[in-house]
Design a protein around this ligand. Structure first.
Ligand code: SF4
Length: 159
């Protein structure tokens, strides 16, 4: 079913997809995709990096969610759960401000992952799960898609 009650459906997007220097390692890695270019021209995209908006620096130590405690812990064993929760709340607030019901977030990130996350051992192993921001957005009814499901997201919006 298409969401058509709004004049233009805005989409929350991970800032790193737009080539912003926000990733933990400081490497710029934009998502190159025609749909994204189209949505950007249409003014649909509202960008956020939940980790940077919470005050974490670039670069920053990688962090993963402990699957047992659900705490977010850096590779240096620092608990950054509070910052991740703060970033998620700011992302939710942004969605509420702009009446956003759809999000395109980077897969496997401890904030933005929507199907998988790393397993908490910093060994590049992934498990089924969702990032802190994705989880909060979904609790509030926002549909979260990844770069792998961008076509499904496109099917949800007015062309
Ligand atoms: S927190 Fe999300 S937006 Fe920020 S760098 Fe990681 S994946 Fe990209």
């Amino acid at each position: 079913m298409k969401i058509s009650e709004q004049p233009i459906n805005k989409i929350l997007i991970s800032s790193c997809f737009l080539g912003e220097r926000v990733r933990y390692n400081g490497v710029v890695k934009p998502l190159v995709n025609k749909l994204l270019q189209q949505w950007q021209k249409q003014g649909r995209l509202i960008s956020i990096c939940p980790e940077v908006i919470s005050g974490l620096p670039v670069p920053r130590p990688p962090a993963e969610i402990d699957p047992n405690t659900k705490q977010v812990i850096t590779i240096e064993s620092i608990d950054v759960t509070e910052q991740f929760d703060k970033g998620a709340k700011i992302a939710l607030h942004l969605c509420q401000q702009h009446n956003i019901q759809l999000a395109l977030l980077k897969e496997s990130s401890p904030s933005c992952g929507s199907n998988t996350i790393y397993d908490g051992t910093f060994s590049q192993k992934k498990i089924i799960g969702e990032g802190v921001t994705t989880k909060l957005l979904r609790v509030h009814g926002i549909k979260v898609f990844s770069e792998a499901s961008i076509e499904e997201l496109a099917a949800q919006i007015d062309k």
